[in-house]
Design a protein around this ligand. Sequence first.
Ligand SMILES: *Cc1c(COP(=O)(O)O)cnc(C)c1O
Length: 366
Amino acid sequence: MSLNDMMAGLEPSRQGGLFDGIRKVVPYTPGEQPKGLDRIIKLNTNECPYSPSPRVMEVLAGIDGDLLRRYPSPDNEPLLSALSEYYGLDKKMIFTGVGSDDVLSMCFLTFFNSGRPVLFPDITYSFYDVWADVYRLPYKTLILDDDFRIDPTDYSVSNGGIVIANPNAPTGVSLDLDKIEYIVSHSRDSVVIVDEAYIDFGGESALPLLERHENLIVVRTMSKSRALAGLRVGYAFGNERLIKYLCDVKFSVNSYTLSHPAIRGAVAALEDDEYFKSVIGRIQSTRKAAEEALSSMGFVFNESKANFIFVKHERMDGATLYEALRERGIFVRHFNKERISDYLRITIGTDEEMDSLFSALKEILP
Ligand SMILES: *Cc1c(COP(=O)(O)O)cnc(C)c1O
C-alpha cells in the first residue's frame, strides 16, 4: 500500500497533517561498502589501504569490561590532552567528535546562525549542502574555474560563513595558504571553516593562521591518514571563544560522543608518529607512480595533494568506466553530477591494488 493510499483512509482532519510537520531531507549518499570484502578492490571511499598502528590494535585488545561499564569522559579525555600536546595548542582551542562529519555538522549548527548565506564551492564535499539543508541554513555555491580552482575574491561578499575543503574533495586540488588567509581576512564577521581531511597527504595547513584570525576553524579527521575510519574520530581547532560555543551546542545534543575505545585508540595513534609518517610516505609514493601510469593510459587530472586522484579519460565517459571496473570487482567513486560526471575519483590503494586497477583499465579502454 502506498503512503497516499494509507493517508486516504485517515479522517480528513489528520490528512497531510502528520507528515506536514516532519523534517524532510535528501540525505548524503556515502560511498558503497560492498559485502564480501575479500575479492573486491575498494578504491571508492578514500580509506587508508594499510592497518592502523599496531599500538592502536594493542590498546583496543586490552580494553576491559569495567571500562565499558562506565560512561566515557564528556570532554573526550585523555584524547583532548594528547591532541593538545601533539599540535602544541591549548586544550581550550580543541573540539573532538565522532569523525569529522560529526564535528562539521556541529560547526554548521553552531556557527552558521546569522540567516545570511553560507558559501562553499560548487564542486566540493557533498555533505556541505546536506547539512545546510537539514539545519535549514541558506547557502550559495561559488563556481570553481575549469581547473577546479578557487578565486578567493569570489568569497569577499556578505555571507553567513564559509566552508573550504583543503585539499578539496573530490578534486584533490589544494589552495595556497595566502589565498586561504585572503578569504579568512575578508570575512571577519563570519566563521570560515577549513576542512583538512586530507592535509596529511599534502598541501599547507591553515593551523598557523589561528594565531592571527579569530574567525577560523580548522577541522581534521583520523579516518584517512591514520587508518581509523571505523573508529570515528575527528577534531577541530579554533579560538577559545568559538570552541566554547561549539562545546555548548554539543553538550546540548549529546554529552558522551566518543566511546572509550575510540578515545584510547586515537591516543595510541597519535603516540605512534613513526608509523603514521611511514604510511603517509608509502601512499605518497604510490600516488606518484599512479599519476604516471594513469597519464600514460590517456587519463587527465590535476595534481592531487590527497590520497586519491580525480581523473577523466579522453575517450571514455565516467559512468561507463565506473561500471566496467565494478564488473571486475574494482570499486571507484563516480559522481552523477553536473561538471564532474565524466570523472572518477580513485583512492590510492596498495601498490598491488593499483596494479590490478591498471590491468583492468588496459582491458577496458578502447
Ligand atoms: C572523509 C571526509 C570527511 C569525513 O570524515 P570522517 O570519517 O567523518 O572523519 C570530511 N570531509 C571531507 C572532505 C572528507 O573527504
